[in-house]
Design a binder for this molecule. Sequence first.
Ligand code: PQQ
Length: 684
Amino acid sequence: IPLILIIAASLYTAGNSAGESNAIALDEWPFHGGSPLEQRFSPYSQVNVENISDLGLAWSFEFNSKRGQEATPIVVDGVMYVSTAWSRVYALNAVSGEMLWHFDPQVSGATAFKACCDVVNRGVAVSEGRVFLGALDGRLIALNAKTGKLLWSVDTIDPDKAYTITGAPRVFDDKVIIGNGGAEYGVRGYVTAYNASTGREVWRFYTVPGAPDAEADGAASDQILRELALPTWHGDWYKYGGGGTVWDSIVYDPELHQLYIGVGNGSPWNHQVRSDGKGDNLFLASIIALDPDTGAYKWHYQQNPGESWDFTATQQMILATWNMGGRDRKVLMQAPKNGFFYVIDRSNGELISAENFVPVNWASGIDKVTGRPIENPEARYREAPFVMRPNALGAHSWHPMAYNPEKQLVYIPIYHSLFAYGNEPDFKFQPGIWNNAIDQALLQVPDDPEEMRKGSAGFEGRLLAWDPVAQKEVWSVRHPTMQNGGVLATAGHLVFQGTGTGWFEARHADTGKLLWRFDARDGIIAGPVSYQPNGTQYVALVAGYGGAFGIGEGVDTPKIRPNGRVLVFSLNGAAELPLPTKEVLFPLDPPETRFTEVQIDRGRLLYTTHCYRCHGAGAQSTGVLPDLRRSPALANNDYWRAILIDGVLASKGMVSFAEWMTSEEIESVRAYVVHKARIAQEQE
Ligand code: PQQ
């Protein structure tokens, strides 16, 4: 075990009764969640409720991409290691901001097509002079922490399948572990542990069974999947991959020497299609505990048996120890997409409590004895569509929450949203492309902005302070936009969070009162960190919009965005934030060509199926990816075909759709975008 983990683990076990700090006495941010317990709590109080008005920008650093910025920086030995879009990594002096090195894994632009939710990267892991990076194209890469030079690189995926990596690796003992994404594209989820010095594979654990007649695959999961999981699957799931990707949260528990992995949704989403509407489909939407040495299964807790809505247990897991009824309980907390806050005994996976932290209509509660949700039968959209709250975007997604162990409060960046699920009438599985087997027609957005606004009425983003012991809200504040940043809690009685509208804010941890804010001039979605080298406390974060919500929906968000930037604050910091690089939008200048209503309507459905997730609802860009209504290629079908059929922009992430749409269908998409451009022009 590396020294740092031994120190960390002994400090945790020292402070393990309720109310006592579980925080580590390290002056840096060595792990993804700050400490191995992933509480995102800084034990420093130099910056506090009394002096927060003196907090100012100490330095900033600009990346070279304005795609989604989701990384949590790691700070070790005075160096900040931070990743950005396209899996690029920078090493910066954590005090001065001076760049020490950068590494670009040269991910091919076409990989963007396989990424459901932007070309994001949530961060690196650092241990014993090595930096570990999961690249979007599936490579796990080890770099020399001093020089940024490549030490080793392994391909963790089957390149013929639509796997991607957006999550941060985790390191423990002499191993580094990584999962992947792609459950919308027909893959089978797994995690793999590699030897940290050599990159040699040590073990792999698949989260869902393969074909029933498949030979033993030598993976650590083989036997448990056959015994426990296989009987819970029906139909042709293995032809569709099954899903269960571990695309974000993995936690190594140094106290119990266990590894927890958060497993995602089914592929395709619709349980009717995936598994004939039968069976629990283990281990979808489950937390699984594994033996870190061998990958052997220890226990699991499934949140959504027969998952059918893109519900995931991939959200962050926070570990703590509480004194309950006179005895210490080692708990694991998670606020997954489905809207319930779960407290689980991490020694055995037993449910301690679960209550909804947002309004939900798919279940009336969680049965305390069985641990299963008490479902509203209509939510399974078997006979009729169901307007569900929350939905696939989740009540809470990857945006990190924070736990203040001194106050025993969790601060969660939450969403309220709803949409209609319905059976896809003519589902045909197409490997390698978005397949969820739900009716895309129900997701089409109306042309009338008033109607569109009505459709999204009730959508809101909040910061919620939650008492995880009593399972109830303590306070919450509403933000102007739905998607906002991750959260940091500090011993200075502060809670830090960035907003979608571009403010970096500090609030009082007890009341939510706004105490300080800084104009970051760009939407923020990532989570802040804090470190205190040489006696000065810094608070740092990456600013920049994007991600699933940030490219797909952003009706009222700023349209010209700067590149992502690292912003670092300290007391009396007096740096100026440079104005963003200037950018000019193409004019709205749709061609005169007339299209029929039928073409436009057909284009609307195709746009919703294939284009919407990157280029925005109703062809309204959020400013992260190009606004198609302003594209010069709209002018002429030859230009349009060059992009959509010949794939001339593949290196930028816009691949050919020739395999997925006919020429006529591609023309209908142009008809729809021209139609939307005309409407926008009239409104200008
Ligand atoms: N990624 C984001 C993001 O970065 O904003 C949001 C989501 C993902 C989701 O809501 C997902 O459901 C999701 N699902 C998968 C998957 O099923 O494999 C992967 C990812 C990802 O890797 O980013 C996301």
